[in-house]
Design a protein around this ligand. Structure first.
Ligand code: UT7
Length: 333
């Protein structure tokens, strides 16, 4: 089969307010030096009260549609850990606000791997001829999950959104996605979790305790899993694509921690100059991280037509996933 899902547009959206490390260090027992040296982060963006995930998703989706020259698609997929509400999904309201009532729209939940899962799902719709054009958005207001007094998570995560438009094309087209590698290990469920608020640990009407209500992460253990899984998944996808590490012009990995990216690159035999990084400016934006990085790398002229790009992500679940593409010629704003 020659049909393929081809990247036709990218976009992103960040909240207005950047929060530098020093601002957090004024109220938490942390420092700019610790955060920079342990994570590579200098600032993150935080959405104002009243700004929801769908607001950022609409901003990124509108930019990606404009970049693609399309005004509508056949399906809208939103990858998020922080939907507007537990019910319904966020994608239908995003589609409606982008002028697409009547379009298929649903959320994908795989925490920081959500965008790669969303891309695979969108590509699947195109390959199965269910859709010819799909908008895949990664969007988060992750700050809404964080315990403001927990220095181990508050310094890492940020808010934002990124989006990609996929169109039906052929495998030889620049921008054709795939192969994919996807995986999960639910035995690691407790390593990245918001314990309460779902059906397992119900909110009973009593105010929940901070350790039940907020996001928690076993940082050191997750670090090791992230390096192992992203390296293994990236190798698997390179193998399936018939590419060697030397063929990769840019690794655009989930921006979890600059030290994680460094270890993954070392494991793959990629020099640091071929790893795109924007974690210093935006922090870890979970499902938004890869499309936000793709849009910034494209807009800044780092990703150029014909270059070979490797995407890899790891997140709660545990989940991981990777894919490859040759960067297409796209409009730049
Ligand atoms: O997005 C996908 C999933 N997430 C990830 O992949 C993130 C993976 N994990 C990490 O990035 C890192 O483990 C962290 C950045 C979360 C933590 O860095 P670390 O180098 O693994 O630090 P640690 O947890 O081992 O803590 C080292 C020390 C501890 O103090 P003691 O016990 O040595 O006295 C912590 O209490 O650093 C302390 N610490 C801090 N100190 C200053 C932890 N957080 C902070 C902080 N500021 N913000």
């Amino acid at each position: 089969m020659n049909r393929a899902a081809v990247v036709a547009g990218v976009g992103s959206c960040l909240p207005a307010r950047a929060v530098p490390n020093d601002e957090l260090a004024r109220r938490l027992d942390t420092s700019d030096a610790w955060i920079r040296s342990r994570t590579g982060i200098a600032q993150r963006y935080v959405a104002a009260p009243g700004t929801a995930t769908s607001d950022l998703a609409v901003g990124a989706g509108a930019e990606a549609l404009k970049c693609s020259g399309l005004s509508a698609v056949d399906a809208v997929i939103v990858a998020t850990t922080t939907p507007d509400r537990p019910c319904p999904a966020t994608a239908p309201v995003v589609a409606a606000r982008l002028g697409m009532t009547g379009t298929a729209a649903y959320d994908v939940s795989a925490v920081c791997t959500g965008f790669v899962y969303g891309l695979a799902t969108g590509a699947g719709l195109i390959m199965a001829e269910v859709a010819d054009r799909v908008l895949v958005i990664g969007a988060e207001t992750f700050s809404t999950l964080l315990d403001p007094d927990d220095r181990s998570t508050t310094v890492i995560f940020g808010d934002g959104a990124g989006a990609v438009v996929l169109r039906a094309g052929s495998r030889a087209d620049a921008g054709a996605l795939g192969p994919f590698d996807l995986g999960s290990d639910g035995e690691g469920e407790a390593l990245i979790t918001v314990p309460a608020g779902g059906s397992r640990q119900r909110l009973s009407g009593q105010p929940p305790r901070a350790d039940e209500q907020y996001f928690s992460m076993s940082g050191k253990e997750v670090f090791r899993h992230a390096v192992r899984r992203m390296t293994g998944s990236a190798k698997a996808v390179l193998d399936r694509a018939g590419w060697s590490a030397g063929d990769v012009d840019h690794l655009v990995s989930h921006q979890a921690n600059s030290r994680i990216t460094q270890h993954v690159a070392e494991g793959l035999g990629l020099p640091a100059r071929r790893c795109f990084s924007n974690i210093a400016e935006v922090g870890n934006t979970a499902a938004a991280s890869i499309p936000l990085a793709l849009d910034q790398a494209h807009t800044r002229g780092v990703l150029r037509p014909g270059q070979r790009v490797l995407l890899t992500a790891f997140g709660g679940g545990l989940t991981w996933g990777s894919t490859v593409l040759t960067w297409p010629r796209l409009d730049r704003p």
